[in-house]
Design a protein around this ligand. Structure first.
Ligand SMILES: Nc1ncnc2c1ncn2[C@@H]1O[C@H](COP(=O)(O)OP(=O)(O)O)[C@@H](O)[C@H]1O
Ligand SMILES: [Mg+2]
Length: 313
C-alpha cells in the first residue's frame, strides 16, 4: 500500500546524545499508529523532528510525506505543511494555548494562517469545529480564556485547532496524560471518531499501553531511542515478542488483580541505556546473554510483526 509517511533511519542528536537512534516506520493513509515507550525514550523528539520544531538538534535520515522529504524541506515549505497537512497536539497542554487570547480566536487564527478566508468566516468555522469536538455552549466558549476552561475542555480546543485545516496526519503527543480517567476516555473516543470520519492518519504517542489498545491499528514500541518491536495491535498484545514489550504489558494494570497487589514494574532506567552500543535493553533484561553486546536488527518474527532481540529471532 502507498504510505503517507515513511520514516527511514531517522537519527536525532543533541550534541553527543542520540535521543533517536535510527528508527524506521511507516504510516498508511487513515491508519492510527501507536508509538509507545517509557518517558525519555525519544517519542516527543521523533514527533518534533518530523515537524522540524527542534532547536539545537541534528537530524539525519529521511521522512517522506506524500512525496516530499520533510527533513529536506526549507522553512517556508515546512510552514505550509505544519498545521495544514500535518498537525500536532503537544505534550504540554499548559504551554500550547496562549493564556491571553480567547480560545475561539486561537482556533480562527490557525484557519487564517493557512486558508485565505475573512475573519467572519474563520469565526464561523471555529464555532463549527467547537461543536464537532463536543464543546458544550460553543458560542460562549469561543470567547473564553484558557484558564476559564477545564483540562478536558482545553484539550478539545487543542484538537479543534489541530483538525481545523483538515490535516492528513495528526501527531498526538500524550493527548490524555494530563486528564483524569473519565475525561481521558472521552477524549480518546473523540479522537477515534474524528480519525474514522475524516480518514486522517494519526501517530498516537503515549507511555500508556492501555491508551493504544483502544485506538491504534498498529503499535511501534520504542526503547531508548530505538524501535524494539512493531506489530498490529492485536498481535502485539496477544503475542509480544520483545522482553521489553512483555515487561510493559506486565506493567499494565489488570482488571482482575486486587488493589493491594503490587504491579510488576521493569527494573532499571532508560537514561543509562542511551549510551549503550549493543541492545540497549540488555542491562534490564532477564534474558540477556553474550550476543546482546551487539545491536540486534529489527527483524520479522511473524506476519507484519518485527522485533529487535537476539533471543526471539
Ligand atoms: N532539547 C533537548 N536537548 C537535549 N536533550 C534533549 C532535548 N529534548 C529531549 N532531549 C533528551 O532526549 C531524550 C528523549 O526525550 P523525549 O523525546 O522527550 O522522550 P519521551 O517523549 O519519549 O518521553 C531524553 O533523554 C531527553 O532528555
Ligand atoms: Mg514526550
Amino acid at each position: 500500500m502507498t504510505q503517507l509517511l515513511e520514516v527511514d533511519d531517522l537519527v536525532v542528536s543533541f550534541g553527543a546524545l542520540r535521543a533517536v537512534d535510527g528508527i524506521s516506520f511507516a504510516v498508511t493513509p487513515g491508519e492510527t499508529l501507536g508509538l509507545v515507550g517509557e518517558s525519555g525514550c525519544g517519542k516527543s523528539t521523533t514527533a518534533l523532528a518530523l515537524m522540524r520544531l527542534l532547536q539545537g538538534a541534528t537530524l539525519r535520515g529521511a521522512a517522506r510525506f506524500a512525496g516530499r522529504d520533510l527533513l529536506a524541506l526549507d522553512e517556508a515549505a515546512m510552514r505550509r505543511v505544519r498545521g495544514a497537512e500535518i498537525a500536532m497536539i503537544f505534550q504540554d497542554p499548559g504551554t500550547s494555548l496562549h493564556p491571553l487570547i480567547p480560545v475561539g480566536e486561537q482556533v480562527a487564527e490557525v484557519l487564517r494562517a493557512h486558508l485565505d478566508i475573512p475573519a467572519t468566516e474563520a469565526r464561523a468555522r471555529a464555532l463549527e469545529l467547537f461543536r464537532k469536538v463536543g464543546i458544550a455552549a460553543p458560542e460562549q466558549r469561543l470567547r473564553a480564556y484558557p484558564h476559564e476552561l477545564s483540562g478536558g475542555m482545553c484539550q478539545r480546543v487543542m484538537i479543534a485547532a489541530a483538525i481545523a485545516c483538515g490535516p492528513r496526519l495528526l501527531l498526538a503527543d500524550e493527548p490524555t496524560t494530563a486528564l483524569d480517567v473519565t475525561v481521558q476516555a472521552q477524549i480518546l473516543d473523540l479522537l477515534r471518531s474524528i480519525a474514522r470520519d475524516s480518514g486522517m492518519a494519526v501517530i498516537l504517542i503515549t507511555h500508556d499501553l492501555g491508551v493504544v489498545a483502544g485506538l491504534a491499528d498498529r503499535v511501534a514500541v520504542m526503547y531508548a531511542g530505538r524501535i524494539v518491536e512493531a506489530a498490529d495491535t492485536r498481535t502485539l498484545f496477544a503475542n509480544p515478542a520483545h522482553p521489553y514489550t512483555r515487561g510493559l504489558l506486565g506493567a499494565v494494570p489488570q482488571l482482575d488483580r486486587g488493589w493491594d497487589e503490587d504491579l510488576p514494574t521493569i527494573a532499571g532506567s532508560v537514561e543509562t541505556a542511551l549510551a549503550a552500543k549493543g541492545c540497549r535493553f540488555a542491562p534490564r533484561c532477564n534474558f540477556a546473554y553474550a550476543a546482546c553486546a551487539e545491536r540486534p536488527p529489527l527483524e520479522a518474527v511473524g506476519e507484519g510483526h518485527v522485533a529487535a532481540c537476539w533471543k526471539v529471532r
